[in-house]
Design a protein around this ligand. Sequence first.
Ligand code: C5P
Length: 201
Amino acid sequence: MSFTVAIDGPAAAGKGTISRAVAAHFGFAHLDTGLLYRATGRRVLDGLEPVAAARALRPEDLARDDLRTAEVAQAASKVAAIPEVRAALVDFQRAFARRAGGAVLDGRDIGTVICPEAQVKLYVTASDAVRARRRFLELSGKGADVTPDGVLADLRERDARDSERAAAPLAAAADAVVLDTSALTIDEAVAKAIAVINARR
Ligand code: C5P
């Protein structure tokens, strides 16, 4: 039987870090579903039509090294509001979730739409100020020309678009465990996530 961990939440709340650590701890496969939308957004910036770009996506497109920019994040959030784009990406995500040996998927709609039957659902969140600070340090550490205020405005714009869209909006599933990482170290947040999963295995 497959075992699926669904991890959702707003941008820069710590989903990616927690998902990678949890997958390594349990030996589960990990899919960062944001990469599907980022890779689609990237190709739209290159001139492709969004639905065609999503349908043409190949696993190797997720490994591009130019997907972590603020420009691509905004493009991703715009294509992610298009129902046909989301529909084109569903089968790949569900097949990944069903793989033998367990899977962790992180995104915005994993617990609500992609894997409503997931054995574990976590909603990872943090205050706007904490999330903006983390993303600012990440982007400026990579040499990006960003300001703290600019990063905060970008996150808020993206979260608003992701939460207010009609198709699979960002939301905690009714049965998700909420994990607020604002005041937690990475190790503390990971330990809490592991404890939630252990309680359901
Ligand atoms: O998680 P990440 O910031 O990489 O996601 C980029 C964008 O992709 C999000 O802002 C959101 O619009 C979209 N996304 C989504 N559903 C997911 C994962 C990401 O709509 N499951």
